[in-house]
Design a protein around this ligand. Structure first.
Ligand code: HEM
Ligand SMILES: [Cu+2]
Length: 578
């Protein structure tokens, strides 16, 4: 049987070549497909490099090993943050934008040639910035706070990269317009596309903020501007820095919905509520960025508390809604698929051996429990004073961007391989364990960095034994234990990450082609059911009978409240009132 039929259609005077996906029935623009492949491959290559650097950093912070010398440690730390948080994530997100627009709407991609210009800009920018860091005079950390000064190409590289990301954002919007004009979908755009739309809107804002601060900083590093205000820098930098995290969340949440729709035929419990939750991200995220400025003397306390106590919690509310809806939608779909016994048969009999599902579900739980709860703790003015600039902070965000976003991106890759690359995953047994290794590893680094941070261990610190310092300071043995455990779990996460790279690269190169005959089985083990069009259509699940979800939600909230109060108790001990 042929791989797929290709047909050419003239839309608005422009010819585009399409193939029809044998699994989903979606019409796929081959130009979009090529761009998705190129961006996903670039993303994974950078993940491999950036992840390795993360391992080197973790093994240096493990004091018994203390792998890198000081200068290389700060260099590796800067390169790690830059390459994984910016380059890996954004390349992947651009691929998701093309997928969520052209593919899910069965539509021609707007201006595919510009997509290649964007790709070149991103690639050149990423390489320029990375080389600047590797040359050694730009170890300014990912945040690059002034007055630390990097080489001009560090800023220029990031600026070019950002312009490269902006182009696909507008292509996404253009593709929505084409789809509407051509009536390639019925009713409202699908939820996954809607989530990607909110991500796009936030991304445009984010990139604008980045330009406002990085352009002058670039000129400053070239010597054309004499002074950049430090508080101003931080404030505007975090409009970008925090905004881009909200982009990540919007995209990985959209991916959760996509995965359960494709694998289980799951529909959201309520389309309206889920869409409203995405809107909350747009409405409240910028003020919520104030949580990065909680110890800033240049800003009033009223401003800090208002923005974190009101605005932030409304953005958090959005994630809570999504977390519960995705769990509930999974339960609803599984019950429809016949797993109705007790409160949890739906969960026990979920396709745990399918890496797309297991990765997605772990991403959901770990993001909520490790990233979410601790984010609220850090965002509380008083508790922040206790944890600010400790290694608790990277502990928290490895819960969000590694166990949450990165794991979700890995999970969806197992669906992109058969659907877009049209290749059957090689080594399915390795693929099956990969999300578990990476997920458990990422959970470990998140937890143990937070453990060390609670004991006061600073972040971004080469040597907490202060071996060459005049005055000594001893951290408790438990702090060293935490850093050692962090190192062990970093090794585990790295093995999981390496497996992911290995399996995807080998699949792209040597995977068996996917045809109409084997496409369903290529998507991995699924509960027995027919394929649905849930991912590309509008509609709610139509049931609220979800006993398992209610129990899980209750457990989550009790843990949340307990952990929150434990931290207040801790604060009262290290900072007595009397
Ligand atoms: C094998 C996986 C990974 C390991 C072992 C790892 C480990 C670490 C460690 C030990 C630190 C330094 C903490 C400190 O000393 O302050 C760090 C920092 C960081 N990591 Fe990771 N990481 C991994 C993956 C990732 C991924 C996938 C992302 C993003 C998606 C990420 C984003 C960051 C960022 C932004 C920083 C902060 C850099 C800075 O302070 O400027 N990491 N990581
Ligand atoms: Cu933030």
């Amino acid at each position: 049987m042929a791989v797929a039929t290709v047909d050419t259609q003239i839309i608005g005077g422009i010819a585009a070549k399409f193939r029809t996906c044998p699994a989903t029935g979606l019409k796929i623009d081959l130009a979009a497909q090529r761009l998705i492949k190129a961006n996903a491959v670039a993303a994974i290559v950078f993940l491999a490099v950036g992840g390795l650097l993360g391992l080197l950093v973790a093994l240096t912070r493990w004091q018994t090993i203390h792998l890198l010398p000081a200068d290389l440690f700060y260099l590796a730390l800067t390169a790690h943050g830059l390459i994984v948080l910016l380059v890996w994530i954004m390349f992947f997100e651009v691929a998701v934008l093309y997928f969520a627009s052209a593919v899910l709407l069965s539509c021609r991609l707007a201006t595919p040639r510009l997509g290649w210009v964007a790709y070149a800009l991103m690639l050149i920018g990423a390489i320029l910035a990375t080389v600047a860091v590797l040359q050694g005079d730009s170890s300014v950390m990912f945040t690059s706070y002034v007055p630390m000064k990097a080489m001009p190409n560090f800023y220029l590289g990031i600026i070019l990269f950002a312009v490269g990301v902006l182009i696909p954002c507008f292509m996404f919007l253009g593709t929505l317009v084409i789809a509407k004009d051509e009536k390639t979908y019925e009713g409202s755009i699908p939820l996954v596309t809607f989530g990607a739309l909110t991500a796009t809107i936030i991304a445009i804002f984010t990139i604008a903020s980045g330009a406002i601060i990085l352009l002058p900083t670039w000129l400053w590093s070239l010597g054309y501007i004499s002074h950049i205000d430090t508080v101003m820098y931080k404030l505007v930098w975090w409009a970008m820095g925090h905004g881009s995290q909200q982009v990540n969340v919007a995209v990985h949440v959209a991916i959760w919905y996509a995965i359960i729709a494709i694998l289980l035929g799951a529909k959201p419990l309520s389309e309206k509520v889920s869409r409203f939750a995405f809107l909350l991200y747009i409405l409240f995220l910028q003020l919520a960025a104030a949580h990065h400025m909680l110890v800033e003397p240049g800003l009033s306390e009223e401003w800090q508390i208002f923005n974190t106590s009101y605005a932030m919690y409304l953005a958090v509310l959005a994630s809570l809604i999504h977390g519960f809806t995705v769990t509930g939608a999974t339960e609803a779909a599984q019950r429809i698929n016949g797993y109705t016994r007790g409160a949890f048969e739906w969960l026990r009999r979920a396709p745990w051996s399918n890496p797309a599902f297991s990765g997605m579900f772990m991403s959901l739980v770990l993001f909520g429990v490790l990233g979410g709860i601790t984010g609220v703790v850090l965002g509380t003015e008083q508790l922040n004073v206790m944890l600010h600039n400790t290694i608790y902070v990277p502990g928290h965000f490895h819960g969000t961007v590694v166990a949450g976003t990165t794991l979700a991106f890995m999970a969806v890759t197992y669906l992109l391989l058969p659907l877009i690359f049209q290749k059957q995953v090689v080594w399915p047994k390795l693929a099956r364990i990969q999300p578990y290794l990476f997920g458990i590893g990422a959970a470990g680094i998140s937890l143990f960095m937070m453990g060390a941070g609670t004991l006061g261990v600073p972040r971004r610190h080469w040597d907490i034994t202060f071996a060459d310092a005049v005055m000594s300071f001893n951290f408790p043995a438990a702090a060293h234990l935490m850093l050692g455990l962090n190192g062990l779990f970093a090794i585990l996460a790295s093995i999981g990450g390496a497996l992911f790279v290995l399996v995807t690269v080998a699949t792209v190169l040597w995977g068996t082609p996917v045809t109409a005959d084997n496409v369903v089985e290529s998507l991995g083990p699924m509960p027995e059911k027919q394929m649905t069009d849930a991912v590309s259509s509008y509609g709610s699940a139509g049931t609220w009978h979800l006993p398992g979800t209610y129990i899980l939600v209750a457990v989550f909230f009790v843990s949340f409240v307990l952990y929150y109060f434990v931290n207040w108790k801790y604060l009262s001990q290290i900072w007595p009132l009397s």
